[in-house]
Design a protein. Structure first.
Length: 154
């Protein structure tokens, strides 16, 4: 929005204009009945009125922008909270699945252990399988040096 005061000399006399949307009156000019000097007070009042309206309009736009930004910040916060909750849910599902896998392996090991004539190799494999089941189990804090080794550690 532009706020501009213009003065022009015309053949009939002088004219002042306020080029602003909120002006009560947009021009003051010399006429045969009134000279511009006589209505200068009205012109100044027109400028003050327009300036006040422009300021009010600016403040209103600033407040609308502030409210918009406040709302956007709240929306962003809700999105972050949702994303965080979905990640926690995904972790919970992974832990649940890992517990299910660990218990499934343990059930198999228990059945396998009932086998007659287990060799030393079978017993080592059973221990290895139990260690893997414990590593998978989110309720047991077991480390696995092979599976958790990073290639950067070499």
């Amino acid at each position: 929005m532009m706020f501009m005061v213009q003065g022009h000399m015309k053949k009939q006399g002088m004219e002042f204009k306020i080029d602003y949307y909120y002006s009560q009156r947009s021009s003051w000019k010399d006429t045969d009945k009134k000279k511009l000097e006589d209505i200068l007070g009205e012109f100044v009042q027109g400028i003050l009125y327009s300036a006040t309206k422009k300021r009010e309009s600016t403040l209103e736009r600033q407040e609308q922008h502030r409210l918009y930004m406040e709302r956007q910040n709240k929306i962003d916060e809700i999105r972050k909270q949702k994303q965080h909750e979905f990640q926690k849910l995904k972790n919970l599902e992974e832990m649940s699945e890992n517990l299910h896998r660990a218990n499934k392996i343990r059930d198999f090991i228990n059945e396998y252990s009932k086998k007659e004539s287990l060799t030393e190799e079978n017993l080592e494999w059973i221990q290895w399988a139990r260690d893997k089941a414990d590593w998978l189990d989110p309720l047991i804090d077991k480390r696995d040096e092979v599976l958790e080794r990073d290639e950067e550690d070499i």
